[in-house]
Design a protein around this ligand. Structure first.
Ligand code: ASP
Ligand code: MG
Length: 455
């Protein structure tokens, strides 16, 4: 079997759903399980509705109701499907009325609230798939064994799901049913609805694929796969055909925004390939994510990313060289303040590290200042090169050559422990230019060659 996951923009309206139906129909013989996100920006709209219920005591689901009822009408699904979703819309309205009365939106209520997006989308899509001649059945994640902990807004599935999911889905697939399952959501042991966190339906799909031992997990997006760079920065960025899980996870974490960094985990553990495809351009090959590359790629670099709005912290020991426990002392301060560190470089007497600027660093700085001299610099960006570790010297030389040519000062360098990641820090205002020039260098004409090499 295979898993086919479609994100919000792939099921944004009637036309999109029709199109998804065509894509699924072409692969019916591979026994797909379809996983869907909420339609378009429905999750955001649900959160906005909760915001107004809280702040203005106004309960309105107009936008959400209009989108879903219009989609039903546009797909000619008729009263039967409208009748299936009306109770959900009613329940949603009551919930929002409750929120506005109590003036409280806990994590648990928030998860209950956003769950309506996925529950609506699978019902409409399944109804349409049936109209298109497929034996589709809308299913809520808890019907297929998604049992999670009670860590609302960021829940984890329990071990029992690994047995429950194949037990529920296996027989259905045997009977020729096309399950259309809600991404993103689950239920805890008490029966309260939970979510796996924003963007979590990718993870729903890879969990199902892993639990089922799928042939592959297809993640359908609105881009041609993982690209060599952000297309908003680099006009000729192109899809990468093949990457490893490790590379994909680093790319996701450092800003590629295609797959959630944690989405790959379940498939990595079970060695199931993940295929990223474009629902708007199904003919394009997309990106295949696998355990290891079958042959050495010609290009030394697989892809580039950058992430802005980064804070750089320079920490210098006030004690003597050789002081044991300095690193431990510094990092325990970050742990105590619950601040997650991204990129780190150390020497005997100093540490440079980066954080997201969103963190409030006042108290942390005070604590650090007890053991070290601290300098905090904002307005930085991390440029990350994902590439072939065995060519890291060449990559570094070419990358720094590019920066030198641009007159850009590199402020910190780190080669990640996973060794596929070389990151360096520049000023935020310079990042776009650096990425564009690096892309020319590594992916332009002659990108496979060692520059300056004599032939
Ligand atoms: N609908 C949820 C969100 O927008 C989950 C997802 O799309 O993956 O975050
Ligand atoms: Mg979404």
């Amino acid at each position: 079997m295979i898993v086919m996951k479609f994100g919000g923009s792939s099921v944004a309206d009637a036309g999109c759903i029709r199109h998804v139906g065509e894509i699924v129909a072409l692969q019916l013989s591979r026994k797909p399980v379809v996983v869907l996100s909420a339609m378009g920006d429905t999750t955001d709209h649900l959160l906005e509705a909760a915001g107004s219920a809280l702040a203005e005591k106004s309960v309105s689901i107009e936008k959400i109701e209009a989108l879903h009822l219009k989609t039903i009408a546009d797909l000619n699904l008729g009263e039967e499907t409208a009748a299936e979703i009306r109770p959900l819309l009613g329940e949603l309205k009551s919930l929002l009325a409750g929120v506005s009365l109590i003036r409280e939106l806990t994590g648990r209520t928030k998860d209950y609230l956003v769950s309506f997006g996925e529950r609506l989308s699978v019902r409409i899509a399944a109804a349409y798939f049936r109209r298109a001649g497929m034996n589709a059945r809308a299913m809520d994640a808890w019907d297929i064994g998604f049992v999670s902990d009670s860590n609302y807004t960021a829940a984890e599935l329990g071990k029992e799901s690994w047995d429950l999911v194949p037990r529920q889905l296996g027989p259905l697939l045997e009977q020729g049913v096309l399950p259309v399952v809600t991404g993103f959501i689950a239920k805890d042991a008490q029966g309260s609805i939970t979510t796996l966190g924003r963007g979590g339906s990718d993870r729903s799909a890879t969990i199902i694929a892993a639990a089922m031992g799928a042939e592959e997990a297809q993640v359908w997006k609105d881009v041609d796969g993982i690209l060599t760079a952000d297309p908003r920065l680099v006009a000729d960025a192109r899809p990468v055909e093949l990457v490893t899980y490790e590379e994909a996870a680093e790319l996701a974490y450092f800003g590629a925004q295609v797959l959630h960094p944690r989405a790959m985990q379940p498939c990595l553990k079970t060695n199931i390939p993940v295929l990223v495809k474009n629902s708007y351009n199904p003919g394009a090959p997309g990106t295949r994510i696998v355990a290891s590359l079958p042959e050495k790629p010609v290009l030394p670099v697989r892809a580039l990313t950058s992430r802005g709005n980064i804070t750089l912290i320079d920490i210098a020991s006030t004690r003597m060289v050789g002081q044991a426990g300095f690193l431990g002392g510094v990092f325990s301060v970050f742990a105590r303040h619950g601040v997650s560190v991204d990129v780190v470089a150390t020497s005997e007497v100093s540490i440079s590290l980066t954080l997201d600027t969103a963190n409030d660093l006042g108290a942390l700085k005070e604590d650090l200042a007890r053991i070290a001299r601290v300098e905090i610099k904002t307005g930085k960006a991390i440029v990350t090169i994902i590439g072939d570790v065995s060519r890291s010297s060449e990559i570094l030389r070419r990358a720094f050559g590019t920066c030198a040519d641009l007159g850009v000062q590199v402020q910190m360098v780190s080669q990640g422990a996973s060794k596929v990641n070389i990151s360096f820090i520049v000023d935020d205002t310079q990042a776009a230019r650096v990425v564009r020039e690096l892309h020319k260098n590594f992916f332009g004409k002659g990108g496979e060659k060692m520059q300056g090499e004599r032939s």
